[in-house]
Every structure is written in C-alpha cells, then in structure tokens.
Unconditional design. Structure first.
Length: 62
C-alpha cells in the first residue's frame, strides 16, 4: 500500500509541475509588452518581405 501511495504522490507532483509550467507559459504569452513586441516584429517582417518583392534584394541587383 505504501508503494501505491508513493506512486500516486509522484504522479500528483508531476502533474502539478506540468500544469505550473503551462500556466507560466500562458502567462508569458499575455504580457502586454511581449504581445506588442511580437506584433511589431511580425509587421516588420511582413513589410520587409513586401519591400524585397517590390524593390528586389541587394544580391539580385548584380
């Protein structure tokens, strides 16, 4: 019976650690500054892609 209890406690501890990690990751994703940074980076990336398609790249000018 003791081994079964120890196994259950271990499972509970593992589950708790897994949930805590997921909650931390979710909390990190909704930090306003980080949300804004991701949006800015995505916009910059899209604009750079559009500029390269319209103007071409420096290597293509040769």
């Amino acid at each position: 019976m003791g081994t079964e209890t120890d196994g259950l406690k271990r499972d509970v501890d593992d589950t708790r650690a897994h949930l805590a990690r997921n909650v931390d990751l979710l909390a990190d994703r909704v930090v306003p500054g980080r949300v804004a940074r991701r949006k800015i980076d995505a916009t910059h990336s899209r604009l750079s892609g559009i500029k390269e398609r319209v103007m071409g790249t420096a290597g293509a000018a040769r």
